[in-house]
Design a protein around this ligand. Structure first.
Ligand SMILES: N[C@@H](CCC(=O)N[C@@H](CS)C(=O)NCC(=O)O)C(=O)O
Length: 232
């Protein structure tokens, strides 16, 4: 049995970590049986981040390496028919979502005061004292430092919001009137796209990025389509 190690669900989503939600969505899309371990223990994770999976004695870290591993060990029911151009489009979209939009969304949750007021109880409220009080400022400082290291955290709030909105516009235009990101059939990039878009549209953290996404009906319809098909 595949065991998915992730954070506990929050914000009314399968996971408030889009990377964890991506892997859970992929497992559902590929029809692979799995169980979740929602302990959020990054200390046990080989790269200090979640998700990780255990698959019959093999521990794999990083959502993209996990999906590669699952394809190699269990077959590739979603991407086997992709053309080289479609694979390239999927890689470009994945980078946009995971290496750029992720950081803009993280900024809305961890840096902006209104977002932090929601993130703090949602992510740390279930911890026993004194962790419940000690951990949030440390984790917030760590995220600010990561944001600065990435570069996103060096921009003004208005600039970060503009970057995130531009990413959303790009995703909405790429999706267009298609049912899935690469056309009429779902492929593994939809696991990432759905996880990130649902985390923008359906987390309770209001932001200009969320408002911008809400103005694109195709993105909402896409998330509803993915939810009905894989989480129905
Ligand atoms: N490239 C990694 C990114 C995973 C990631 O950033 N996970 C975050 C949660 S969304 C995490 O575990 N953060 C904990 C930390 O940085 O301490 C992947 O694709 O899995």
């Amino acid at each position: 049995m595949i065991r998915l190690h992730q954070f506990a669900p929050a914000f009314g989503l399968p996971n408030a970590s889009p990377f964890c939600m991506k892997v859970e969505t992929y497992l559902r899309m590929a029809g692979l049986p799995f169980e979740t371990v929602n302990d959020g223990n990054v200390l046990k994770a080989p790269k200090g981040k979640l998700p990780t999976i255990e698959d019959d004695g093999t521990l794999v870290a990083d959502s993209s390496f996990i999906i590669e591993h699952l394809k190699q060990r269990h077959g590739d029911p979603l991407d086997a028919g992709l053309t080289p151009l479609q694979s390239a489009q999927a890689t470009a979209l994945q980078r946009l979502l995971e290496e750029d939009l992720y950081w803009a969304v993280a900024y809305t949750r961890w840096v902006l005061p209104a977002g932090w007021a929601l993130t703090k109880p949602a992510f740390f409220g279930a911890l026993p004292p004194p962790l419940r009080w000690l951990l949030p400022p440390l984790a917030r400082r760590g995220m600010r430092s990561s944001l600065r290291g990435h570069g996103m955290g060096r921009h003004s709030a208005a600039e970060v919001m503009a970057i995130g909105c531009r990413d959303i516009t790009a995703v909405a235009e790429l999706l267009g009137t298609q049912d899935y990101m690469l056309g009429a059939a779902p492929t593994s990039i939809d696991a990432s796209a759905y996880a990130f878009l649902a985390n923008v549209l359906w987390a309770p953290v209001a932001s200009p990025i969320q408002a911008h996404a809400a103005q694109r009906p195709n993105l909402l319809a896409y998330c509803q389509r993915m939810k009905a098909r894989y989480y129905g």
